[in-house]
Every structure is written in C-alpha cells, then in structure tokens.
Design a protein around this ligand. Structure first.
Ligand SMILES: Cc1cc2nc3c(=O)[nH]c(=O)nc-3n(C[C@H](O)[C@H](O)[C@H](O)COP(=O)(O)OP(=O)(O)OC[C@H]3O[C@@H](n4cnc5c(N)ncnc54)[C@H](O)[C@@H]3O)c2cc1C
Length: 418
C-alpha cells in the first residue's frame, strides 16, 4: 500500500505512525526501502543528537515540543514486549544562544514567541550570563537566551533503531535496495512537454536490489519520499516527465564537519549547548573534559559534498579561533578527531518540506529538515501519517510546511538554523 523511500529516522518514524494510526485500514502494508543498510552516509547517524525548543518558526517550536514529550515517554511509544527497554541516553541541557548588540532585539522577539508557544526559555543579561557561566567571555554579548526545559541531546542511532524495531514489530516490511524509478500509471500519463496534468499518479516504484542487474517493480498506492539529503535527487533521477518536477525540490546534501576536542580546564559539566554570535557551536561530550562542535560555512564557501572527508584546516582557521575567543580555556584545547555528515539542506528556506507533492497525487514528501530533522522526526512522522491515513493534520497543523510555498515562491524562514 505504502512505499517509504529512505530508512533514516524520518522514514521509519512515518512508517511507525502509519501503523499506529491505520485504524480501520488495519493490515495496511508498509514497505521501507533503504539503499544502505550500514547507514554510512545517512544524516541521522552522523548528527550531533540535539533537541531544542528555541526556533523562530511556530511550526518548528511545536514539533520540538511534541518530540520532547515523545522522547520523555519513549518506552510507552516504542517499547516492544519482551525486548530490552530503550535508553536514548538523553542528556538534559539548555541551548544557550548568544546575541550581539545588532542581533539582540531579534533574539528577544524570538524568545517572546517561544514563550507564547509554551517553551520555557530565559533571557540573560551579560551580568547574569557571567554569573551563571563564568568561563564565557561576554564583552561583545548583549543578551543570551537559555532553554530551561526539554532541551539537550541524545543518541541518534538508538532513536533510529527504536523506531525501526517497533515499526517492524507492528508489521512494517523492510527492504534493502535503491528506488531508482517512479513509474506513472498509464491512465494518468502526462505530456513530456507543456503543462503537466495535476492528476499524475505513481503506479509502481522500481527498486534496484543489491547484486542484481534487474529492477524489482513494487506496485503501491502511495509513495513517501523520505530520502533525506537525496530527496531532490530521487525526484530528478526517477524518470518523471520534466513538467512534473517544476519547481524542482530544493533539497540537497551539504557537508558539515563535527570536531571533537579535549580540554581538562574547559567549562565542565555545566556546559550548555552553546551557539555563539559567530555561528560556531559546541557542547560537552560526556563528563571527562571532551567537547564537540563545529560551524556552518558561509554560502560561498560550501565544501564539495562529493565525499565525507574532513577539512582540518577549517577547524584550525575558522572554528578554533572563535571558540577560544568565547571560552579562553579553549585556547589550549587538544583536537581529538572529527567526522562529516550531510545536512538535508533545503536551499529555499531551510525548513522541512512535508505533505503532498503538488503534481503527483499519490506522492508525499517528508524531507529537507536542514539540520533539525532528528529532533523533528517524531512529530513530522506523525503529522505526515495523519495526512495519509486521515486526509488531514490532527495533532499538529503543519500545512505551511507543504509544497505550496515552493510553488508560490514564498519562503518560511527559520532564523535558528545552526
Ligand atoms: C553534522 C550534523 C549534525 C546534525 N545535528 C542535528 C541535531 O543536533 N539535531 C537535529 O535534530 N538534527 C541534526 N542534524 C540533522 C539530522 O541529522 C537530519 O535532519 C535527519 O537525520 C534527517 O533524517 P532523514 O531520515 O530525513 O535522513 P537520513 O538519515 O539521511 O535518511 C535518508 C535515507 O534515505 C536513503 N536513501 C536516499 N535515497 C534513496 C533511494 N533512492 N532509495 C533508497 N534509499 C534512499 C539514504 O541511504 C538514507 O539512509 C544534523 C545533521 C548533521 C549532518
């Protein structure tokens, strides 16, 4: 009935919620197709595991609130009888956003919105900041916002496998293979040129199995594109007539480095998840004086996403000086290692794209969360499953995250993309 393309945290969350919500459609057959069973390039397992309430878009705050509650009660949702309980190793810790004098008014307004949405966030003056975190250099900081509840980090792999284990226990099928074609039904055949009909419909997907030259056609009623950073590429490569791909789905892989270092004299256990005025971020990693962090490069210096090699110079020249300016103790840090992963980056407005495709009636999108998809997966998965099973959003109204904004050219900006 439903083919979910991509077995990352978003794909498995959608599959899980479809089974939870299937109701009178009991027995709905759901298949998750994942091309890389080792998840060597999947964003989910290469992320830094953070969840925060501090976003500027109400939909993102609401998804974070939903997900925080979901994670708090994870064993009620994803526990499987006779299997060990799930421990996502949640580390409660506030995010600390620092704002320069130029950015102060904006941060204060955003905190106001977060509070209206029910998030517990404190505003700190430089004096309060220094009193709470004496190791921070506060000279150029006008104000800071600090999350008091439902923020921290957890183990992404555990969440992914918990969704998968539960979904499979509910009857979801899983398959190793790559979806390379979305084949349209003849009755809905669309012209190769000219305006595409609004009623195009996928009849089956072509799944390329490992070690096979052949495609496996999988007939289905609904397809969900949860291919993460490759969601745009999936549609481009799937053989859909050109008119159906306009506007193109603006989601692409963007390489992000995460560096790890040791600093015995660093902030220690009280270290929050700090987002600097410069965009650099860090958090502690365990309690033995280790930290991890990084920074998104400026748009014009985006690294080649062709592979996941790490640029050590970026740390030496860009990240470390910023860290040391903010935390003088980090001048003497010792680099330990690094990895790179792909942000599932929506170049249009850096927010997820959720909901029906504008031109293919049985295709749904759930991708492009641009660096916050791990924490939003429980909420986004539920919302999309509601749309598929019930035809409307019930728990969270995420209509504004739909494709309409892409078609109409009206971005929904999120200021808090790290
Ligand atoms: C360095 C880094 C730090 C991050 N930190 C955070 C954070 O702190 N908090 C947070 O919430 N988010 C964070 N993120 C973002 C988060 O990891 C992603 O938004 C989220 O994991 C997206 O999940 P996904 O399931 O959409 O993508 P993925 O995990 O990438 O899964 C997509 C899957 O689809 C598969 N696939 C693709 N194409 C096909 C195809 N044609 N056929 C079959 N399978 C296919 C891929 O193999 C992949 O496994 C971070 C990301 C990175 C890289």
């Amino acid at each position: 009935d439903v083919v979910v393309v991509g077995g990352g945290v978003v794909g498995w969350s959608v599959a899980y919620w479809l089974k939870v919500l299937e109701g009178s459609r009991h027995g709905m057959k759901v298949l998750v197709v994942e091309r890389d069973p080792t998840y060597s390039r999947a964003s989910t397992v290469l992320s830094v595991g953070g969840i925060r309430q501090q976003f500027s878009l109400p939909e993102n705050i609401r998804m974070s609130r939903f997900s925080a509650s979901f994670l708090r009660n994870i064993n009620e949702h994803l526990g499987v009888p006779n299997e060990p309980p799930i421990d996502i190793q949640f580390q409660p810790s506030g995010y600390l956003f620092l704002a320069s004098p130029q950015a102060a008014a904006r941060l204060e307004a955003t905190v106001q919105l977060q509070r209206e949405e029910g998030a517990q966030v404190a505003l700190l003056t430089p004096t309060q900041l220094k009193a709470k975190f004496p190791w921070i250099a506060t000279e150029d900081v006008a104000v800071a916002s600090y999350g008091l509840e439902d923020e921290g980090w957890f183990d992404p792999w555990t969440l992914l496998t918990a969704f998968r284990r539960k979904a499979i226990s509910l009857g979801v099928h899983s398959c190793s293979g790559e979806v390379r074609g979305l084949i349209l039904s003849d009755e809905h055949r669309v012209p190769l040129r000219g305006p595409a009909s609004a009623t195009a419909r996928i009849k089956h997907v072509h799944v390329h199995m490992p070690d096979s030259l052949e495609y496996q056609p999988v007939t289905c009623a609904i397809v969900i594109n949860a291919a993460g950073a490759w969601a745009g590429q999936l549609l481009e490569a799937a053989g859909l007539p050109g008119g159906l791909c306009q506007p193109p789905l603006p989601i692409q892989p963007r390489k992000r480095y995460v560096y790890s270092w040791h600093c015995p004299d660093g902030p220690g256990f009280s270290c929050p998840f700090l987002i600097d005025t410069t965009g650099a971020y860090f958090r502690r990693d365990g309690i033995a004086g280790n930290y991890l962090g990084g920074m998104s490069p400026p748009e014009e210096e985006e690294p080649d996403p062709g592979d996941l090699s790490v640029d050590d110079n970026f740390f030496q020249e860009q990240v470390w000086p910023r860290l040391a300016r903010r935390v003088p103790a980090f001048e003497s840090l010792r680099p330990r290692g690094a990895w790179a992963g792909y942000y599932d980056y929506n170049t249009f407005d850096r927010n997820g794209v959720l909901g029906p495709h504008p031109k293919v009636e049985n295709l749904f999108l759930a991708a492009g969360f641009s660096g916050h998809g791990l924490q939003h997966a429980p909420a986004a998965g539920r919302a999309l499953a509601e749309l598929v099973v019930k035809g409307r959003y019930e728990s969270l109204d995420l209509q504004r995250l739909g494709c309409r904004r892409l078609v109409e050219g009206e971005p929904l900006e999120e200021e808090g993309v790290v």
